[in-house]
Design a binder for this molecule. Structure first.
Ligand SMILES: Nc1ncnc2c1ncn2[C@@H]1O[C@H](COP(=O)(O)OP(=O)(O)OP(=O)(O)O)[C@@H](O)[C@H]1O
Length: 765
């Protein structure tokens, strides 16, 4: 255990600091100058956007250089995992275009600063002034969002705006048109292994709200050991309209991402299907050549239809079904055929045995397929969907485009989670060790689980060093089981910390937090909430790389915020607004989880380990003080604030993380504590964003963040079932309820169609 960790590297830590610092700065791109330039609130919006673009471009170059350089000396684990940081990172950073300009910013300045912030600033005299004497934009900005429903019916947008936005925000200028550069530049899309050529972009692009960064800056809140609540400020925008739509279910809770959008299955009736047009398309790959005849685009004809950029399920269903209809009437060229005899083939497949011998879901699957037949009938009801969905069995056959799980040798079971069983396996062809996550279907009477579809969709789309890489999707030989093939990671942080005798050092925590924040920023920049960030969902390999996994609860969000289920995020990491029943929430819920994770990494103990929701709130209030309307405007209107909570007047967090300690408590510098406080700020609109957290001074002070190369290595625990080691698994009495609620929004076998849209893009690109 922890052999590498305690194997003498600490002695060199001071010496390493300087080089670590350089490396970290280069790796993560936290040059102070860049930060100042990027965050200079004085600059005009356009200038700032350009500047941010330059900064990011510079980051990309620097990161590429770094990733190509210092990591090469790293020892490789037995995983054989591809890592792929260097090449991948380029795709993870998006060029900034004019779409970054946010109309919301124009009116958001009207929000008054919370008086408690002033108090906090006066008290601490830090964290707000930048070194160059300029004032951090955090001082002035409220959390704000881009209204991204640009292309939705104007009427609808304005109605929504009226009902959901504060008076200040109703006076927002209309959102800008989608810039031409964006429309025509698929390079601006952070692609994964899914390389979307311009020619592959169909008009499902309309469902893609990506790249419109939710420029959600936040302010400090006074949560130090001081009386809580000193002044008032206007109600945050996001909570004003909560009462109207909180009863809505999450049935529209589907997260379309670019791989659906880019799927040529997802065209509408207006799409060019004419072969002549198609023949203009560049056929740069074999597959493209094969499919040229049935492609549905014309190069350069990428347009922005008059539809919403919000991830609306109905649109996806319509698009998906329409696209599928079109495809089904086409020729069957290529390896991804739609066969009319699909049912026969499916039955034949069912007779084969899966070499993994882990699939016992045939009956359920049959049930889901038959169910799906009826489900598809529902599509007739949609006025916008005159034709029925493609029969689900056709979709099933499309899975034949996937490799079989037989091509992997199972090594051992790693873990079994709520939504899947994870195996360690070896690719028989390449010898690469991978993780196979088998989608759990046994409880699914409604067809392919939406949670898994979301996860597959997001993970296939996203490519970032801090997001676990899904290489492909493979199927059981009966086509009734689906596996995600992921890069194998030796540890998850929860299991790892349980085996460690001492917590991570501050410089190690900084290294981990930087990676985590990079991942969170990437997600939030792409309008995705993870909604289940916790230490067991953070994977670590023996190259010091941290990666976020488990996107089963993640979803894409848009503006205006819609009511979502509050039953997300494992209890211990759940933000107070969720615990108090808020149904409109945003990226701040992930940031709270990150605060809990940061504290846990420092102390090796969960920060708030409640047993019930009430207990969880109680634990939070005891440590941070009971919130009130003054420090958290809107607090008293949250559905859960009916109970009279005990009023804890003081924030005692500093006692848990003192600056110096003789009792073994984890020490934390003032800057570190400031960051922790900002992550654990009650008012979500003031909670720090991932971007601002990345630029926090804690990461620039000694001890500097450890370079990934110098992170400790730990013996791989792949021989054991991690589940067995999880004695302290976070309890969540509402887990079952949460799953049920999420399943209510599931679309049954229709999801198979969506899955295939996802897979098709992956396979073909
Ligand atoms: N790529 C991977 N490499 C190694 N181990 C992994 C990988 N992905 C997941 N795991 C392990 O499997 C566990 C469960 O995976 P995951 O969280 O994705 O499943 P889940 O069913 O969604 O779990 P949960 O019940 O926590 O929601 C993780 O905590 C981790 O230990």
């Amino acid at each position: 255990m922890a052999a590498g960790r305690h194997g003498g590297y600490h002695g060199n830590e001071l010496k390493e600091r300087e080089s670590d610092f350089d490396a970290s700065r280069r790796e993560f791109g936290y040059s102070k100058g860049e930060y100042d330039r990027a965050s200079n609130g004085d600059r005009g919006l356009e200038g700032r956007d350009k500047q941010r673009g330059r900064v990011r471009q510079k980051d990309i170059k620097e990161r590429d250089l770094m990733n190509g350089g210092y990591r090469s000396a790293s020892s490789r684990s037995d995983s054989g995992s591809s890592g792929g940081s260097s090449g991948d990172f380029r795709r993870s950073v998006f060029p900034i275009s004019a779409v970054d300009r946010e109309p919301g910013e124009l009116s958001s300045e009207s929000g008054s600063d919370d008086g408690i912030d002033s108090e906090s600033r006066a008290k601490d005299g830090k964290g707000l002034k930048l070194e160059n004497g300029k004032t951090s934009p955090m001082q002035n900005k409220k959390r704000k969002f881009s209204p991204i429903v640009w292309d939705r019916d104007d009427k609808e947008v304005s109605n929504l705006s009226k009902s959901r936005m504060s008076p200040a925000s109703t006076s927002l200028p209309p959102p800008p048109p989608l810039p031409k550069s964006y429309r025509q530049s698929p390079n601006s899309i952070p692609t994964s292994g899914v390389q979307i050529s311009p020619s592959k972009v169909t008009n499902l692009q309309i469902t893609q709200p990506l790249l419109l960064k939710p420029d959600v800056d936040s302010q400090l809140s006074a949560q130090y050991e001081s009386p809580i609540g000193l002044s008032s400020s206007p109600l945050p925008e996001r909570y004003l309209s909560e009462t109207e739509e909180v009863e809505r279910q999450e049935e529209e809770d589907y997260a379309p991402t670019r791989n659906i959008r880019a799927s040529r299955w997802a065209n509408d009736a207006n799409s060019p299907t004419d072969e002549g047009e198609i023949s203009d398309a560049p056929a740069d790959t074999k597959i493209q050549k094969r499919r040229k005849k049935s492609s549905l685009y014309t190069p350069g004809e990428v347009t922005v239809p008059n539809k919403s950029l919000s991830p609306e399920l109905e649109e996806i269903r319509r698009e998906g079904s329409a696209g599928t209809r079109t495809r089904s009437s086409e020729s069957d060229e290529g390896g991804f055929q739609v066969r009319s005899s699909s049912r026969d083939n499916y039955d034949n497949d069912m007779d084969k045995s899966d070499c993994m011998e882990i699939d016992e879901e045939r009956d359920n699957y049959r049930a889901s397929v038959s169910h799906s037949d009826t489900d598809s009938e529902e599509e007739h009801d949609s006025p916008d969907t005159p034709e029925p969905l493609v029969p689900p069995q056709r979709s099933v056959d499309m899975l034949q485009g996937c490799r079989s799980v037989d091509e992997f040798e199972r090594l051992n079971k790693i873990d079994e989670g709520t939504y899947g069983v994870v195996y360690r396996a070896k690719d028989k062809k390449t010898g690469e060790v991978v993780a196979l996550k088998k989608v759990k279907m046994e409880k699914e009477r409604e067809g392919f689980p939406l949670t898994s579809l979301r996860e597959i969709n997001i993970l296939l789309s996203f490519h970032h060093p801090s997001i676990v890489d899904v290489k492909e999707v493979v199927v059981g030989s009966n086509l009734d089981s689906i596996f995600m093939v992921m890069e194998y990671m030796e540890h998850d942080l929860k299991g790892l910390m349980e085996t460690m005798k001492q917590p991570f050092s501050q410089s190690e925590v900084k290294c981990l937090m930087l990676q985590l924040l990079e991942g969170a920023k990437y997600l939030h920049d792409n309008w995705v909430l993870h909604r289940d960030l916790k230490t067991s969902n953070l994977l670590l390999n023996n190259r010091g790389e941290l990666k976020i996994c488990d996107f089963g609860l993640s979803r894409q969000y848009g503006i205006p915020l819609k009511p979502y289920t509050h039953l997300v995020v494992t209890l211990w990491y759940r933000a107070p607004e969720l615990l108090l029943g808020a149904k409109q929430y945003s990226t701040a819920i992930d940031m709270w989880s990150l605060g809990c994770i940061m504290a846990e990494l420092l102390s090796k103990q969960p920060l708030f380990n409640g047993k019930t929701e009430f207990d969880q709130l109680d634990k939070i209030f005891k440590t941070l003080g009971t919130p009130n309307e003054t420090i958290w405007p809107g607090f008293s209107k949250l559905p859960g604030v009916k109970v009279n909570f005990v009023k804890h007047q003081y924030n005692l967090l500093r006692r848990k993380f003192p600056a110096t300690s003789f009792t073994g408590s984890p020490v934390l510098s003032d800057a570190g504590f400031d960051l922790l406080n900002k992550l654990l700020t009650y008012d979500p609109s003031k909670r720090i964003t991932a971007e601002d957290a990345l630029n926090h001074e804690w990461f620039r002070e000694v001890p500097l963040p450890k370079s990934k190369d110098f992170m400790p290595t730990f013996p791989a625990q792949h021989a054991q079932d991690r589940r067995m080691r999880r004695i302290m698994k976070s309890p969540d009495p509402l887990e079952e309820q949460r799953r049920k609620e999420l399943q209510q929004g599931e679309l049954g076998a229709d999801n198979l169609v969506l899955l295939h849209l996802v897979l098709e893009n992956r396979i073909l690109c």
